[in-house]
Design a protein. Structure first.
Length: 180
């Protein structure tokens, strides 16, 4: 139904990654409305993103993090590292340091959430900046294999693969829920 998932905790997706890699730009393409209460707590900005995937509508609660709210949340029990039921880890293909940070975030997640089998998608964003690419698609893919997560390259500016990214997230969440 239309309200499918609105109140279901397992639809909370957290975006992680270095400043400037394009997290807010990616979520801006699908966000519908902002959760004021969460924004006021400033732990993360929370958006509703509703997608029709395989003939079924699902609303994700997407939490967009940044440096400020990550620092603020790091000591608290409601850190984005603990809150998410699924994660999108973003780096920029034009910024090798952000690629290395993505690996660190994956390791941190594994440490924080050891026993859980959490859906994670590694995202190489800014593929439109062809001439300033520093991380190849092969490197991204290999990293995802090592870290046992899905991988996709996107361009928020061209809106390339962004739909596919969020659809992939919905499918992964559904698979876990169904215990497949
Ligand atoms: P955040 O700090 O991770 O939330 O990154 P933002 O979404 O604020 O984006 C940082 C900057 O990168 C902004 O100037 C965006 O316009 C730009 N940006 C984001 N995604 C892309 C992309 O796919 N391609 C290009 N060329 N620029 C992008
Ligand atoms: Mg941002």
């Amino acid at each position: 139904g239309v309200s499918d998932g609105r109140n279901e905790a397992h639809l909370r997706v957290v975006l992680l990654g270095d400043p400037g890699v394009g997290k807010s730009s990616l979520v801006a393409i699908f966000r519908r409305e902002q959760d004021r209460e969460a924004a006021e707590q400033q732990l993360a900005e929370v958006f509703d993103c509703t997608l029709m995937v395989d003939g079924k509508e699902t609303t994700l609660l997407v939490m967009d993090t940044d440096e400020r709210n990550m620092k603020k949340a790091i000591e608290s029990s409601d850190s984005p590292m603990r809150l998410g039921n699924a994660y999108i880890i973003v780096y920029s293909v034009t910024d090798r340091a952000s690629f290395e940070s993505a690996s660190e975030l994956r390791i941190q997640l594994r440490r924080t959430r050891q026993a859980e089998n959490i859906p994670i998608i590694l995202v190489g964003n800014k593929t439109d900046l062809v001439r300033s690419r520093e991380v190849s698609v092969e490197e991204g893919r290999a990293c995802a294999v090592v870290f046992d997560c899905k991988f996709i390259e996107t361009s928020a500016v061209l809106q390339h693969n962004v739909q596919e990214l969020f659809e992939g997230m919905v499918r992964q969440i559904r698979l876990r829920r169904e215990g497949a």
